[in-house]
Design a protein. Structure first.
Length: 278
């Protein structure tokens, strides 16, 4: 979702581009391949089946079963491949086939001792789980790290939204800490950090299936108010700790962005949870 090279030095242009990019990311397709081995545990199959129900037409699934003697169709355009291991012994080979095609791959087993140790060294994630709850948590964390179409991933599959959002929050917070360390003139870092926080808001909105709307303007107002409060706190602490101004700015920028991100995440998550209950 984000990296240090994405720090928005051209703040106005970045925000305008970010609105368009967030909308495009939410509408872009995410392709997930799910390969089910013969004899795969029923509770794991059921858990994955229930979790991977696309919320929009942009969530594309390829689900297939395989056994020791069968062939597997590998689509190199997939954003991720999940292999549910069973009793045939063919699951490692299927995972390697997707990995060889450049598709991030994970093999799901009941116990890590069931998977060959060579899989991890080959770049294949081994997800060991004995319960549906832990499986979804581990899958969400892996997908948020591995899937480039993470905004569309969150928009389509609710169980990954928290993991995707927290990765975005962490990345944007780190970016603002770097901006705080840079020797800008008085107040020059404020629009950069604020723009980055607005882009974070767009990231989170997209991951929760929401686009650019009037609600984003309300959130932008809160972002701006928080930015001025953070700057005031940073200046006060810098006066109390002479010689450590850059470190103070970086620390305040990091934690303020992190706190804002978590508040925004809860704003999106709690209404979604409430609507789901109803």
């Amino acid at each position: 979702m984000t990296g240090f090279r994405d720090i928005p030095f051209d703040a106005v242009r970045q925000v305008a581009d970010g609105v368009r990019a967030a909308s495009a990311a939410r509408r872009s397709c995410v392709r997930i391949a799910i390969e089910v081995d013969e004899g795969a545990p029923a509770y794991l199959v059921s858990c994955v089946r229930d979790a991977f129900v696309p919320q929009t037409s942009t969530g594309l699934l390829h689900i297939a079963a395989f056994d020791a003697g069968g062939t597997v169709r590998v689509n190199p355009d997939c954003d991720a491949a999940i292999v549910l291991a069973g009793t045939s012994g063919a699951a490692p080979g299927v995972a390697r086939a997707f990995c060889a095609a450049g598709v991030p791959s994970a093999i799901v087993v009941e116990s890590s001792v069931e998977a060959p140790s060579s899989l991890s060294s080959a770049g294949i994630e081994v997800i060991a789980s004995s319960s549906p709850e832990s499986l979804l948590d581990k899958l969400a964390e892996w997908l948020s790290r591995s899937c480039k179409a993470d905004v569309s991933l969150g928009a389509n599959f609710p169980f990954v939204r928290r993991a995707v959002s927290r990765r975005s929050i962490g990345a944007r917070s780190s970016q603002n800490a770097v901006i705080g360390l840079l020797p800008f003139g008085s107040g020059a870092d404020l629009p950069l950090m604020t723009a980055n926080q607005v882009l974070m808001d767009l990231d989170l909105a997209g991951a929760y299936g929401q686009g650019a709307s009037s609600s984003r303007l309300v959130e932008a107002t809160a972002v701006l108010a928080g930015a001025y409060a953070s700057r005031a706190l940073s200046r006060r602490l810098s006066k109390s700790l002479p010689g450590l101004g850059a470190l103070v700015r970086a620390g305040v920028a990091y934690w303020a962005t992190l706190a804002l991100g978590e508040a925004l995440r809860l704003r999106f998550e709690v209404p979604n949870a409430w609507n789901h209950r109803k």
